[in-house]
Design a protein around this ligand. Structure first.
Ligand SMILES: Cc1cc2nc3c(=O)[nH]c(=O)nc-3n(C[C@H](O)[C@H](O)[C@H](O)COP(=O)(O)O)c2cc1C
Length: 202
């Protein structure tokens, strides 16, 4: 009886440890791609096919965005998921960003000024929104989508126009627009590694 119990406990532990490792490690996701590979494979994609992005994939993009770190965990953001073709076109025209016009999904990462300290020089929210933006770009790559960061912040002309087209309240500042879709081009990721940009203090 003891032997059976010991075997059962070991088997359960093995399953537990295995699933725990899978959950916590950064090795392989379901599609067999490691996060380091995703980071290296990410590159700006500006041409897309007409194939719409599935709701499940959009949800994963939004979850990845909302998982970003933020100063004092204020999460000073709102994310807009835009799939309406006319609005996408209007947004592209008013902000002068051609990749947006070609996208089937545009995600707009907005800073929520009601969640910042309220001091005009408190720009931590923009750091936070940058982290959200990069998370969305990586999640797009991981799901076989193409995406490009189109900057709005800190250009008031661009973020005011985006806010107006989207009908957002004054407290939301469109920080970035991410054009997303199934890739219509296949550029090689740039190799940006250079020791010139590194200072090693050992
Ligand atoms: C803050 C920011 C703003 C950007 N704005 C634009 C943009 O308006 N239009 C565009 O086509 N690409 C834009 N990009 C993408 C960059 O051009 C691109 O990341 C850069 O050329 C490096 O290429 P890679 O993304 O393929 O590594 C932006 C990137 C960042 C980080």
């Amino acid at each position: 009886m003891n032997k059976i119990l010991t075997f059962a406990t070991c088997a359960l532990l093995a399953v537990g440890i295995n699933s725990c490792c899978n959950k916590n490690s950064c090795e392989k996701n379901q599609s067999g791609t490691s996060c380091l590979e995703v980071i290296k494979n990410r590159t700006s994609i500006r041409q897309y096919t007409d194939q719409p992005v599935e709701k499940e994939k959009i949800d994963q993009l939004l979850r990845a965005g909302l998982a970003a770190p933020s100063a004092m965990n204020k999460q000073p953001w709102k994310i807009v998921a835009l799939t309406n073709k006319e609005k996408i076109k209007e947004l592209a025209d008013s902000t002068g960003k051609p990749p947006i016009a070609k996208s089937t999904l545009t995600i707009i990462v907005c800073g929520d000024m009601t969640k910042t300290s309220g001091n005009a020089d408190d720009l931590w929210w923009s750091e936070d929104c940058g982290a959200v933006t990069e998370n969305v770009l990586l999640a797009a790559t991981a799901q076989g989508l193409g995406a490009v960061w189109c900057g709005t912040w800190p250009d008031p002309n661009r973020y005011n126009k985006a806010r107006q087209v989207l009908g957002l309240p004054e407290n939301l500042v469109p920080y970035s627009m991410i054009a997303i879709g199934y890739p219509g081009e296949n550029p090689t990721p740039k190799d940006k590694f250079t020791e010139d940009n590194i200072i090693r203090i050992e």
